[in-house]
Design a protein around this ligand. Structure first.
Ligand code: SAM
Length: 287
């Protein structure tokens, strides 16, 4: 084995190399012990990449909120975007994303910028973009619990972060721009109602929500919330039961995987089934 191969083998110890579409990304392993885990690949990133609107992304000036490993920004650049400004609050993610951009030959066009926790739009105040993308944190987490930076969506429905995005999307989207957000969303047994309500509250233009045909019954998906997380974080079984009870009292029974497309114009909200993304709650096993 050459010195270089040995070096790469060493660098990849405890990390995960994934191949998704035509992109290679290094992330943390699933069992990485800390809140600063760099988010591994799930079917959601694949769903997002399939949905990129080619005529809109070509030559676009893109904003990503929540860069993580960089997979979505790299996908946007490989699909023809001119440049991406990418916001991130996790220092480890910024390092991984820079490395991944280099690995995929797009480092010149990726501008990694510090995110802000409270006012997520502050780093791009006064700026507009042709294409805004995000895979925001979305796990329902009680207010007093520290959780993975990549998943603490805030609030009992996990909607606080996406609410911050939607509430100021119009202000930062260019007149003919396009926004694309992938996320899980809770709802009843028919539709991701909580997300649709939020879209109806904040979005003044045309919204299309593509929904994976498989919705998880609430109990099944919430059982995925680990009770004891590495790094000394723990969510008790009682707390999880409490979250489920609160969700049920709000009429929430299922969790959906969705990609939201949004453009300015006449207000409308449409839903459409996407192709299936089997086992979308499990990490991709393609290292
Ligand atoms: C669900 S992960 C998605 C990462 C990556 N885009 C992907 O799809 O794999 C969400 C990311 O948002 C980042 N994040 C959380 N709060 C943020 C904020 N206020 N501003 C910018 N990024 C933030 C997290 O650190 C995490 O990397």
């Amino acid at each position: 084995m050459t010195k270089f191969n040995l070096l790469i083998q060493d660098v990849l110890q405890g990390k995960r190399l994934s191949h998704i579409h035509d992109i290679f990304v290094i992330t943390d392993e699933i069992d990485y012990p800390g809140v600063d885990q760099v988010f591994p690949m799930y079917p959601e990133q694949s769903f997002f990449l399939e949905e990129l609107v080619k005529p809109k992304i070509q030559g676009a000036n893109v904003l990503e909120i929540g860069l993580g490993s960089g997979v979505l920004s790299i996908g946007a650049l490989k699909a023809g975007a001119n440049q991406v400004t990418a916001l991130e609050i996790n220092p480890r993610a910024k390092i991984f994303a820079g490395f991944n951009a280099l690995l995929n030959g797009v480092e010149k066009a990726l501008h990694i910028t510090d995110g802000e926790t409270e006012n997520i739009w502050a780093p791009v105040m006064g700026k507009t973009f042709d294409y805004i993308i995000s895979n925001p944190p979305f796990v329902p987490i009680p207010a007093d619990t520290d959780y993975y930076l990549h998943s603490d969506g805030g609030g009992i429905l996990g909607l606080d972060f996406v609410e911050k995005i939607l509430s100021r999307l119009d202000e930062h989207l260019a007149p003919n721009g396009h926004a694309q957000i992938v996320r899980t969303a809770s709802g009843d047994n028919q539709l991701p109602t909580a997300l649709l309500e939020l879209a109806n509250t904040y979005l003044t233009g045309s919204t299309l929500v593509k929904i994976d045909p498989f919705a998880f019954p609430l109990k099944e998906s919430e059982e995925d919330l680990p009770e004891d997380l590495p790094g000394g974080i723990s969510i008790s079984a009682e707390k999880i039961a409490e979250i489920i009870q609160q969700l049920q009292s709000k009429g929430i029974s299922h969790t959906y995987l969705c990609v939201i497309h949004y453009e300015k114009g006449e207000k409308s909200i449409t839903t459409q089934l996407s192709k299936p993304h089997p086992d979308w709650h499990l990490p991709l096993n393609n290292s």
